[in-house]
Design a protein around this ligand. Structure first.
Ligand SMILES: Cc1cc2nc3c(=O)[nH]c(=O)nc-3n(C[C@H](O)[C@H](O)[C@H](O)COP(=O)(O)O)c2cc1C
Length: 390
């Protein structure tokens, strides 16, 4: 990783950069767990003076408030288009403080109806040279009832009155057979709907056997109709895999449009190894072709963009799209928005680049609006205009 003078002054890069710049600096899962434990305490005690002061100082450094970046989509008011992707805060422990990091929205989960431990460790691997990660976590989470209790304990304002939009991403419990998937999602929805601005039907994780079969048109339609019929169901979104064939993407886009889904999120991690099949994991000595799990980060970028473009071409501009996969700079975020994403999400890029990435992207987007003489972000969505340096 090359380090700019700016990176030297960024505490994340200065302290964690050396640990993140190789595959075994520290165990990747352990590092996220420790950070999350600290964030959980901060969220729980955010109203106490010393915690509040620290959070306010962080927010002052990372938040960007600009009316040109605000959008209202599927009834939710987003203060900016950059969100935290699902999988980082699986148990919603830091739901009360994600806005402090400058995010306009955060997606909590994936939550399943039943608590489950996920796959055996190690199950998360850094591929530092490629700015990528391989994970086969397998929906480790405390289950919908415990997540409900966690959200309740944080005493969040109700949906619509919070400083950021909170989505909750739902998956199928591993023990539940595919034929009973709809009931499994429905149990989680019933518990968590009161806390969610939007709900995501996750049918695209590669680490739950059979889950991706739910992307098939008939099964997905049944699932959507079952959940939508439930009382108090928030706007419903679907998150899709990057490994779908073009025809499957087209049928999904048509289904989303016809069923009135609020948006489609593209994409989850990939089973494809792109050009990295022969890359060995330091921890196991095995190649990526031999290891199971989903690939995220920079190698996924091109495919995630292709899927987004295809969705846009089939569904048209009426269906909001959320772009995720390999976004790690203002240029890449702009490219995704110009290709049709109204919102973008970060995961792997945020880990490598650190919290400074969010304001860097937001500043970059505002600059591009000015350079292209666009009055508002919504005018940039699907505009097809390239990043302009000056
Ligand atoms: C460690 C890890 C865990 C993840 N867990 C989930 C999850 O529980 N649910 C989900 O929908 N996506 C999950 N994802 C996928 C991300 O939300 C995102 O779609 C994907 O990583 C592509 O974005 P990125 O390249 O910015 O990481 C996970 C990704 C990683 C790296």
């Amino acid at each position: 990783m090359t380090r700019s003078p700016k990176a030297e002054s960024d505490p994340w890069q200065r302290f964690l950069g050396p640990l993140l710049s190789n595959d075994t600096g520290t165990d990747a899962e352990w590092m996220s767990q420790v950070s999350l434990m600290a964030l959980a305490q901060a969220s729980r005690w955010r109203h106490l003076a010393p915690v509040r002061t620290t959070l306010e100082a962080t927010a002052a450094a990372l938040q960007r408030l600009d009316p040109r970046l605000e959008q209202t989509l599927f009834g939710c008011r987003f203060s900016n288009p950059v969100g935290l992707a699902a999988g980082f805060d699986k148990n919603a422990v830091a739901a009360g403080i994600w806005q402090v990091f400058g995010f306009g929205f955060a997606e909590l989960g994936t939550v399943t109806a039943l608590a489950q431990p996920g796959n055996p460790r190690p199950r998360l691997f850094r591929l530092a040279a490629e700015q990528a990660a391989l994970n086969r976590m397998g929906f480790n989470n405390r289950g919908a009832a415990a997540v409900e209790a966690t959200l309740q304990a944080q005493q969040l304002p109700p949906p619509g009155q919070r400083p950021l939009v909170l989505g909750i991403n739902l998956g199928k419990s591993k023990l539940t057979p595919l034929e009973r998937a709809a009931s499994d999602y429905a149990v989680s929805l019933e518990r968590l709907a009161p806390y969610a601005d939007y709900i995501v039907i996750n049918v695209s994780s590669p680490n739950t056997p059979g889950l991706r079969e739910l992307q098939e048109e008939t099964l997905l339609r049944q699932l959507v109709e079952r959940l939508r019929g439930q009382q108090g169901c928030p706007p419903l979104l679907v998150k899709i895999a990057p490994d779908l064939a073009d025809e499957a993407i087209d049928s999904l886009a048509r289904l989303a449009y016809a069923e009135g889904l609020a948006a489609v999120i593209a994409t989850n991690t990939s089973l494809d190894r792109f050009e990295l099949s022969g890359r060995r994991l330091v921890q196991s000595g095995r190649t990526l072709a031999e290891e199971s799990g989903g690939l995220s980060g920079a190698p996924l970028r091109r495919r995630a963009l292709e899927v987004l473009r295809r969705l846009r071409a089939t569904a048209g501009p009426q269906l909001p799209l959320i772009g995720v996969g390999g976004i790690d700079s203002p240029e890449v975020a702009w490219e995704r928005i110009a290709a049709g994403a109204s919102l973008v999400q970060l995961y792997t890029g945020w880990i490598y680049q650190g919290p400074e990435l969010v304001p860097r992207i937001l500043d970059g987007l505002v600059l591009q609006l000015e350079r292209h003489r666009l009055p508002h972000l919504s005018a940039a969505v699907g505009c097809g205009l390239p990043w302009q340096d000056d």
